[in-house]
Design a protein around this ligand. Sequence first.
Ligand code: OXD
Ligand code: MN
Length: 632
Amino acid sequence: MDEEVQFVEHREVFIEHYGEVPIVKGSFNDMPKNVQAWVASKIDLCKPRGVYICDGSQEEAETIIHKLEERGTLHKLKAYENNYICKTDPKDVARVEGLTYIVSHNKHDSVPHVRPNTKGILAQWMSYAEAEKLNMDRWPGCMAGRMMYVIPFSMGPVGSPLSKIGVQVTDSNYVLLCMRIMTRVTPKVWDVLKKGKGDFVKCLHSMGSPRPNQRKVINHWPCNPDKVLILHYPEERKVTSFGSGYGGNSLLGKKCFALRIAGVIARDEGWLAEHMLIMSVTNPKGQEKFIAAAFPSACGKTNMALLTPTIPGYKVQCIGDDIAWMRFEENGELRGINPEAGFFGVAPGTNEKTNPIAVQTFQSNSIFTNVAETEDGHFFWEGMEDKISDDTEVVTWLGGKWKKGNPEKAAHPNSRFCTPAGQCPIMHPMWEDPKGVPISAIIFGGRRPEGVPLVLEAFDWKHGVMLGAQLKSETTAAAEFKGKKIMHDPMAMRPFIGYNFGKYLDHWLEVEKPPHKVPKIFHVNWFRVDSTGKFLWPGFGDNIRVLDWIMRRVDGEDIAVESPIGLLPKKGSINLDGLGEINWDELFSIPKDYWLADIKETMKFLDDQTGEDLPQVVRDELQKQADRINAM
Ligand code: OXD
Ligand code: MN
């Protein structure tokens, strides 16, 4: 049909149904018909005052920033170019795992058969009926008096066979600004949909705060903490998130789409969607390898992805810092892309020593949320004390006055920088290559103060999958948990699993089949401490020494010895030049009592949590590991 006629036809349909809701920007008719129908149904449901179809342009960003500055939601950090700070309602500061659910017709499509009297922690399920009831109490009219933004976005380079398309509808323009950084927001997405099968992931988000406000708006950050609800419908490739504007809950391309929904798509299509960074390491001989690494939230994935090597001759380049989509090629090679376009990193602890590359990246065009600010317009957070004098006046994330020495935290522990990856000085030239990069090794790791060696290599893929399944880490501020304790975080995916975790492990085991060349799997722990609580390993840029060992193992060098829990480095096979005193024996010790208790606890955890769904292969691997430890 002629474009013009089609436009008129749709415009009429639109005006007929939604005449009182103006489209203030863009044209409804630019969108594919299935998107039009979906957006129209959300207009009907949420009753916004207008619809704004985003084009991702710089001009659009400037208009929105200006609006948010006027309203007081954002203000410029005047020491930088185009950097802005935003403070949330203090009740909306982290991912809310307790209110995040997977909705499916069959409960055990989403969650494993836990043993009796066990509270499952590997995803939460909700029935369609319950979801419908809770939704009816939330969505109707929830955007009254607010603008509805329609955001077309691509996860992964636009048009790549490894990429997927999403459309987010939201009433938060802060979310729009962050989505522009974290994903590729562009109307080219409409063309991709029109040319292909038209499948897109439906992402519906609202702050849940219609006008007139029923709840006092704090920090110009409307939200509805009492009604937060984040639902995933994998069968319909759909996410609905209500009540929170905070990143992981509201930037739906990230955890909701790229991990929970994409995990299910990946299972169906035979690939992997994982909570992993991807980095490249080139050694002094010029040999390059790409490595994917899974760590639980706030364990230093961004630091590792942007590592500055401390030993000469090595080069690190970044592909991604949080999420990897990986697919086996016809020739069996595993190739990965970073579906995101920005870094949404934890600010506290990030500084010129721990992560100079991140600091360079977020000097401009970035949004800082819940950090503190100095009187001269610099960002500030814990770990940047060296940058200020004793007299510098700081305004904390809560708006209070603060000076060095004040025991209160100036920034929220989960405060974040949101910065374009393209600005990072060490992005790999192939980071947006539609074909992805070849993955040679997969690393799992967590914060393990006790018992766990610096690095070990899995005996084989099955053992590696078991090592991933037994992953544990100290809790951090990325979610709502308080206090420090060691928590299971299998495959670093506990908060991000979109389907029955037992089946997820089956999927990992199933990808080991011809012609797939599965990479070697490793486990690392940068966080082991001695009896006085001091770190045994310097970490950060010195982790290149461990990566070097891993690369040499991938090349088959004879530098490993067997232990009951995996292959350990032969003494002296990790380059420690210039490091001073390193207690190798303690760093690599495997205390028998610790490991006996650990394997027992892990077996119980996985059995309780996944019951009959735990693959027999993983049970066998656990048993073999227990037998080896017993025989020590
Ligand atoms: C994140 C997280 O924001 O894992 O990346 O919480
Ligand atoms: Mn993460």
